[in-house]
Design a protein around this ligand. Structure first.
Ligand code: NAP
Length: 247
């Protein structure tokens, strides 16, 4: 049983919750970050603890630098080490064409989806003195561009891809690996935020694998990237996307 410590951002629901739970089952002590749904975060923690693991919930909005610092400080206080970061928290805004986009919307998307992961990486790297592991949750949207729906979201994930490639090379010599997953259409509540709760079912049926993905499908790829079983892999991407062909 490893004693590794992981932070999973946005772990109260969806892909983050499945990842935190899987890490908990695989011996990681897990900081379950959330923004507002403390009930959901508490139930993820309870599930991990019920399985014999160790976890606690930490409220912090990853678009706010001070809240990010507080998140990492709370892990320092509790466990005094950090081995793994999963930059999962991310948002969508209602579907819109680029010609109608607002500066306010762009600011929010970039603050949560790009600034947050960058600053979380900074905080993690300051603590990973003897190696470590980062997995960024990008999206297949970085390759398709999400036309007519959310090109801003797709572009924010493009930034995450560049972060993954550049940072992996920057810190490889320190024994720190940085990889990313690119989920396709996964059944979570994020699609309701985009204005189409049934989007996963609509698109899932058209995919080569004939269904939308499950959060657990993505969590398994993240677990592998964090584990020693992928020890020669860095700066890479796993598309967990049911066979979507990027345009
Ligand atoms: P989700 O079901 O909407 O859950 C979002 C999670 O992020 C929740 O735990 C939420 O916390 C948290 N969160 C939102 N804003 C936050 C903030 N500012 N600070 C901290 N936490 C925040 O989303 P999901 O579908 O699991 O998506 C997770 C990641 O996968 C995102 O990066 C998303 O872009 C990516 N992704 C998803 C899909 C998909 O089809 N679902 C596809 C490709 C990529 P609260 O519960 O407190 O609100």
């Amino acid at each position: 049983m490893t004693e590794k410590v992981a932070i999973v951002t946005g772990a109260s629901r969806g892909i983050g919750a499945a990842t935190a739970t899987l890490l908990g089952r695989n011996g990681y002590r897990v900081a379950v970050n959330y923004r507002q749904r403390s009930d959901a975060a508490d139930s993820v923690v309870a599930q991990i603890v019920a399985g014999g693991g160790d976890a606690f919930a930490v409220q912090a909005d990853v678009s706010d630098e001070n809240q990010i610092k507080r998140l990492f400080a709370s892990v320092d206080d509790r466990w005094g080490r950090l081995d793994a970061l999963v930059n999962n928290a991310g948002i969508l805004q209602p579907q819109t064409p680029v010609q109608s986009i607002t500066a306010e919307r762009l600011n929010r998307i970039l603050a949560v989806n790009v600034f947050g992961p960058f600053l979380c990486c900074r905080e993690a790297l300051q603590r990973m003195k003897t190696g470590g592991n980062i997995v960024n949750v990008s999206s297949i949207a970085s390759r398709t561009g999400s036309p007519h729906e959310y090109v801003d979201y797709a572009a924010s994930k493009g930034a995450i891809d560049s972060l993954t490639i550049g940072l992996a090379k920057e810190v490889a010599g320190r024994g720190i690996r940085v990889n990313a997953v690119r989920p396709g259409i996964i059944e979570t509540e994020i699609h309701a935020d985009g204005g189409e709760p049934g989007r996963a079912q609509r698109i899932g049926a058209t995919l080569p694998l004939g269904r939308a993905g499950r959060s657990e499908d993505v969590a398994e790829a993240i677990l592998w990237l964090l584990s020693d079983r992928s020890s020669f892999t860095t700066g890479q991407f796993i598309d967990v996307a049911g066979g979507i062909a990027p345009s």
